[in-house]
Design a protein around this ligand. Structure first.
Ligand SMILES: Nc1ncnc2c1ncn2[C@@H]1O[C@H](COP(=O)(O)OP(=O)(O)OP(=O)(O)O)[C@@H](O)[C@H]1O
Ligand SMILES: [Mg+2]
Length: 390
């Protein structure tokens, strides 16, 4: 490749071809020539040119018709039209097709050199601009990635802080109960009550630690080897009895309606956590005497579960927030001061980790409905699809 550039001269006049060669080669350009449109086309396709000098009239066609193949080969190849008579019409057409400049026959070596150098300068600038654009795009991408990392970093820091804060409260309560007992501040007839409260706080602490462990495990356990094909109905029926007791204690109506028994490819423990968290929320955030209804069905290769209650509801501005760690609505805090706000983040992680989705419909003071869907296990048919579970 010539140090200053590769030039292709396409002209049927030998004088122009050789004249151009004599003018350009001593200046450090590499020059190739073609005498017909066909030969020119072949050289364009095979070669690697920076600039093409192109005669308008060739024995086998119009030179302008080479402009599209030149652009197709490399949009930054500079084309200069050689013409015996420059007409406006021709100029307009050539420029439309992407020609850069004209040079009229006969021309001096100086004019040729100047035209070629200007054309190559234009090419250099255009390539440089493209390179800069690419660098800019890369820089923008890097900036985005950096921002995302910083956001995660900030999240980690606040998360740790919130965990510490949540853990501190029950431990602090336990410690003051124990100190009061140790120092004999508690009259014997109240000791039983204090111990009972201490046990409750330690249970709270255990629940919190379990939630944190589940949440942390949710990510790793989702890897396919820990999954198996299982019935989502079985997972539901396993957790129902305990929840039934809780609902009955509050005088609530608790109904479970298993319409189909879809099979999913999932982590068994997590399917239990999914149902338990959604149903226990329904029971927890519904006043005594209310209703919690659970349904399960299969539709279009999706396992669809819903948990609906007639409870306190969730304001629309809170509906996205409740999936964030530790977020609890003001209404929930007022009704039930126990709770850490880790249940739904776990639910979301489990559902999304199994390629599913979850949605809420809710109105404050009227009730809530959580609907999730998980893909039915591929390659297996769910036998007994129409048998009702309850
Ligand atoms: N069925 C529901 N009805 C009304 N509000 C709900 C319901 N389910 C969840 N919420 C709201 O979403 C918040 C987050 O729920 P999540 O299950 O994550 O936490 P929690 O139940 O408060 O505590 P825990 O970590 O013990 O489950 C709740 O505090 C409550 O504000
Ligand atoms: Mg909960």
């Amino acid at each position: 490749m010539g140090a200053k550039g590769n030039i292709l001269v396409i002209d049927d006049e030998l004088g122009i071809r050789e004249g151009s060669r004599r003018a350009l080669e001593p200046q450090g350009f590499t020059v190739e020539t073609a005498a017909t449109l066909q030969e020119g086309l072949r050289k364009i396709r095979e070669g690697d040119f920076d600039l093409v000098l192109l005669d308008v009239m060739l024995p086998d066609g119009r030179g302008i018709d080479l402009l599209p193949p030149i652009r197709e080969k490399d949009p930054d190849i500079v084309s200069v039209i050689i013409t015996g008579y420059a007409t406006v019409e021709l100029a307009v057409e050539a420029i439309k097709q992407g020609a850069y400049d004209f040079i009229s026959k006969p021309f001096t070596s100086d004019l040729l050199l100047m035209t070629v150098n200007q054309g190559l300068e234009k090419r250099r600038l255009s390539l440089e601009a493209k390179r800069l654009q690419a660098i800019e795009r890369e820089a923008a991408e890097l900036a985005r990635a950096k921002e995302e990392l910083e956001r995660l970093d900030r999240f980690k820091a606040t998360f740790t802080l919130m965990v510490a804060h949540e853990l501190r409260a029950p431990v602090h309560a336990l410690q003051s109960f124990l100190l009061s007992l140790l120092k004999g501040y508690i009259p014997p007839d109240q000791q039983q009550t204090i111990l009972q409260r201490a046990i409750e706080r330690s249970q709270e602490l255990l629940d919190l630690v379990d939630d944190l462990l589940n949440l942390a495990a949710a990510k790793e356990e989702l890897a396919p080897p820990k999954r198996k094909v299982l019935s989502l109905a079985d997972a539901l029926e396993k957790v129902v009895p305990l929840l039934q007791v809780q609902a009955e204690e509050k005088g609530m109506t608790f109904t479970v309606e298993v319409r189909q028994r879809p099979l999913v490819e999932a982590n068994p423990g997590q399917m239990g956590q999914l149902w338990t968290n959604l149903i226990s929320n329904g029971i927890k955030y519904t006043p005594a005497g209310g209703r919690v209804t659970v349904t399960l069905e299969e539709k279009d290769r999706w396992a669809m579960g819903t948990v609906e209650d007639t409870g306190i509801g969730i304001a629309s501005e809170d509906q996205a927030k409740i999936f964030e760690e530790f977020y609890r609505t003001p209404q929930a805090k007022e009704m039930e001061h126990r709770g850490t706000g880790l249940g739904l983040p776990l639910v979301k992680r489990i559902v999304e980790g199994h390629e599913g989705t979850i949605e809420i419909e809710s109105a404050l003071g009227q009730g809530s409905r959580f609907s999730f869907r998980l893909p039915v296990a591929t390659g297996v048919t769910s036998e007994g699809t129409n048998q009702s579970g309850q």
